[in-house]
Design a protein around this ligand. Structure first.
Ligand code: HSE
Length: 305
């Protein structure tokens, strides 16, 4: 077999309190990627939708991970990748991670799955480095494993897949671009101890809530005292939208990854759609174009279709 198609889904990183260490996988939005095995040591990445992509694969979020993978392969092979981009770059919904994870999942399939998921995450993080200047795994790990993942450490890599509760995710993407690198540059480098204590209480509460399937504990742990107060300033309507969604019955939520997308978790589909209506109303009133998605937590991650 020398060709495959990959469904590479979006992801929500951070899950409010877990900056760089927690993430979940969505069903929608998702990219489609077509991957071909070549008989020369070459990586080619092309866009099916006319997005301008860097010619040098080392500067591309799908190309850089494949170049790293090739270093561990002693054979005259390469890959050609055609990306159908549905997850907008700069949306906070894991666009770069979908390209990086989708590329390595597809390439691995064409190599009879010779690499483990942990190895694929190691390769995929090189794509995140291209996109944001730093390696982080809170999008690529849930994209590759599916469900919810905890990244205890990236060096050495220590990923803990968590059971995914049967919750619904509502996501709104206001059509403004926030580059992850910029959203990281605004963060303070020091954290006050009393804020850190509240933050790690919430992270522990969230992980315990996920493990015990305690939905109310999950909801009350979705609080962020460190990142959200700084980054939310970059997102028009954030405070109003969050309040309206909580009043409408959302368990909790906040900035998706580095924004500007905002996500909310709900117990059932009816509430998830009510939340979607609230989101639509806020951005319609602000006259900002937007897209909304309602999705269950995707338990499979990137997959061959
Ligand atoms: N954890 C990263 C950040 C995710 O918040 O900068 C970027 O999608």
């Amino acid at each position: 077999m020398n060709f495959c198609t990959v469904h590479a889904p979006g992801t929500v990183a951070n899950l409010v309190c877990g900056f760089d260490i927690l993430g979940l996988c969505l069903n929608e939005p998702a990219d489609k990627m077509e991957i071909k095995l070549l008989d020369e040591r070459k990586i080619i990445v092309r866009s099916a939708d006319g997005y301008p992509l860097p010619e040098d694969p080392a500067l591309n979020t799908a190309g850089a991970p494949l170049l790293e993978m090739l270093k561990d392969i002693d054979a005259n092979i390469g890959f050609e990748v055609l990306i159908h981009k549905r997850i907008k770059p700069g949306s906070g919904a894991g666009s770069s991670a979908a390209s990086a994870a989708g590329a390595v999942v597809g390439a691995n399939y064409l190599l009879n799955n010779r690499f483990t998921k942990q190895q694929l995450i190691q390769y995929a993080m090189f794509g995140e480095k291209v996109a944001s200047g730093v390696k982080h795994a809170d999008n690529v790990a849930p994209c590759i494993y599916g469900g919810i993942t905890l990244i205890r450490s990236i060096n050495p890599l220590d990923i803990i897949p968590l059971p995914a509760p049967d919750l619904f995710v509502t996501l709104v993407h206001p059509q403004i671009e926030v580059r992850t690198a910029d959203a990281r540059a605004v963060l303070r480098q020091q954290v006050e101890l009393k804020k850190a204590i509240r933050q790690w209480g919430n992270i522990a509460g969230l992980v315990a809530g996920i493990l015990q399937n305690d939905i109310d504990l999950i909801g009350r742990s979705l609080e962020d005292h460190i990142i959200e107060p700084v980054r939310s300033i970059l997102i028009p309507g954030f405070a109003e939208l969050k309040k309206k969604c909580l009043d409408a019955g959302a368990l909790g939520g906040g900035i998706s990854g580095s924004g500007p997308s905002i996500f909310m978790l709900s117990k059932d589909e009816t509430t998830a759609h009510k939340i979607e209506d609230e989101m639509k109303q806020v951005y319609t009133e602000l006259q900002i174009d937007f897209h909304t998605y309602v999705s269950k937590i995707n338990k499979d991650g990137a997959r061959i279709v």
